[in-house]
Design a protein around this ligand. Structure first.
Ligand SMILES: [Zn+2]
Length: 214
């Protein structure tokens, strides 16, 4: 297998909110990739004639490559199912951006991974039914609460941060200015008026801060 990409977990990253123009472009790539059907990451890969393998001891979370004239995706075998699903979708995102002539990026691959797992109409319908209850939002889509929270920020356009031990990721309006990482981490520990704090149930080390009106 010849690797085109080897993707690792985000580490100590700080992302600005995703620009609207990028989100629009990536939603389009996700729609092309997904078509009008939903399904598992593996079935999505199969539809595009991409082979998927679990690779024991793989150091990156996922890899995209070629084997002969086939496109192949490998993921670390020890990943739990939601992470394996995300990893496969992430590599599909890299492949699809290239196919669609969109500038390839890690942010884009992650966005497309989420957008294929949680199509906007279905996800917003679920939100209208269960509200911002993250376990309830994540369950029907087979994703982690982190993914569901980030998708919520993307689709509602509300300022939101997921604070994890090694990373802080933000979503929401481009003109919302978050302070430095240390301050956001302090808010995640102690709370902050105007921000709703939710500790994730599937990973107690992670906290979501969501701006609330008023
Ligand atoms: Zn990647």
């Amino acid at each position: 297998m010849t690797y085109l990409f080897a993707c690792i977990a985000p580490l100590l990253e700080w992302r600005q909110a995703i620009p609207m123009s990028s989100a629009y472009e990536w939603e389009g790539v996700a729609r092309w990739l997904r078509g009008d059907r939903t399904g598992s990451a593996r079935s999505l890969a199969r539809r595009h004639e991409i082979d998927v393998y679990a690779i024991p001891g793989l150091r990156p979370l996922g890899v995209l490559g070629n084997q002969g004239d086939r496109v192949v995706i490998g993921y670390r075998q020890s990943l739990s199912e939601p992470y394996a699903e995300h990893s496969i979708r992430h590599e599909l995102g890299h492949w699809a951006m290239r196919k669609c002539g969109v500038t390839d990026s890690e942010e884009g691959a992650d966005y497309i991974a989420a957008a294929t797992a949680m199509p906007s109409a279905a996800f917003l319908a679920c939100f209208r039914s269960v509200g911002d209850d993250l376990p309830q939002l994540a369950l029907p889509f087979g994703v982690t609460e982190t993914s569901a929270a980030l998708r919520l920020g993307e689709l509602l356009g509300e300022a939101l941060a997921v604070v994890a031990p090694l990373s802080v990721r933000v979503r929401g309006p481009e003109d919302w200015v978050w302070p430095d990482t240390e301050t956001v981490r302090r808010w995640a520990r102690a709370g902050r008026p105007g921000l709703k704090k939710t500790r994730l149930r599937d990973d107690r080390r992670r906290v979501v801060l969501r701006a609330i009106a008023g």
